[in-house]
Write a protein that binds this ligand. Structure first.
Ligand code: PAF
Length: 272
């Protein structure tokens, strides 16, 4: 795997690179990221990953400062799993960066409590797209809202890039893999799978889906110690609230905190 520690270093090599499949990350890699690398292999192109903890997308300074960093292990993992190129820029990538404003979909779900978060995500991704010029970019569906916003951004800007979503990888307990799981205490780690359990229960009751059922589930999670940010049923494209499962597929998305650790997850319910 070739490692580039600056944009300049990458640019000096770029003429040798074509048709790249790109896996953007903030490091602290786990099996979820590796599943993205493995998915990227299907394209039979060169694979490039980035590791950059993007301060523009953090609302909370301490969340940014505490974001787990495991660079040596990340490099080993990427190498072991067949990533070809790794770009690790420093904060100078943010100098004079074009600020991107996400669409109004960014104000829903996670955007309600993380204003500006998706502007920060799109701002850094736009920069990476300019530098890397990838053919395809792979994202995890755990960050469903991010995936939708990136797809929309690429379409609106008419960029010739395929945006691909990969299924969420879970622990045996059902807990969605996330770098933030490393910040959970032992007790919190035992509670965290309740988020996925709640989503599965809602899937099993999808023919009775309504607001009061979601409120009941939120109260249950609160009673177990979660600080629930939202549990929402929404349209898979517009992210507008809907319960019309007889007419279309519906996304159920949850964000909840255990202690200081914010966890998100979602499930897609097929139309009845
Ligand atoms: O999903 C993430 O890890 C980040 O939002 C991303 C896409 C790497 C942008 O910083």
């Amino acid at each position: 795997m070739k490692i580039y520690k600056s944009i300049e270093e990458f640019n000096s090599y770029k003429d040798n690179l074509h048709d790249l499949t790109f896996v953007p990350t903030m490091g602290n890699l786990h099996k979820g990221h590796i599943s993205l690398i493995n998915f990227a292999k299907k394209f039979k192109t060169g694979i490039i990953a980035t590791i950059f903890v993007n301060k523009l997308q953090f609302n909370d300074k301490s969340d940014y400062q505490n974001y787990p960093k495991t660079l040596d292990e990340d490099i080993d993992l990427l190498e072991k799993h067949g990533c070809d190129h790794l770009l690790i820029p420093d904060d100078s990538i943010l100098d004079n960066i074009d600020q991107i404003s996400a669409s109004s979909k960014a104000t829903k779900l996670c955007g309600m409590s993380r204003p500006g978060h998706f502007d920060g995500v799109l701002t850094i991704l736009n920069k990476f797209f300019e530098i890397i010029e990838p053919q395809s970019v792979i994202f995890g569906k755990k960050d469903y809202q991010q995936l939708i916003l990136v797809k929309e951004f690429v379409e609106k800007k008419d960029l010739n890039i395929s945006i691909i979503g990969c299924d969420t990888v879970r622990e045996r307990s059902g807990l969605a893999l996330s770098s933030r799981n490393n910040l959970l205490s032992r007790e919190e780690k035992l509670l965290a799978p309740l988020i996925n359990k709640t989503l599965e229960q809602l899937k099993n009751k999808k023919n009775k889906l309504n607001k009061s059922l979601l409120i009941k589930k939120a109260k249950y999670l609160s009673s177990k110690g979660f600080i629930v940010d939202y549990i929402e049923a929404c349209d898979t494209e517009s992210l507008e609230e809907t319960f019309e499962i007889d007419k279309k597929d519906i996304l159920i998305a949850i964000a909840a905190k255990l202690g200081n650790v914010r966890l998100i997850d979602n499930i897609l319910l097929q139309k009845l």
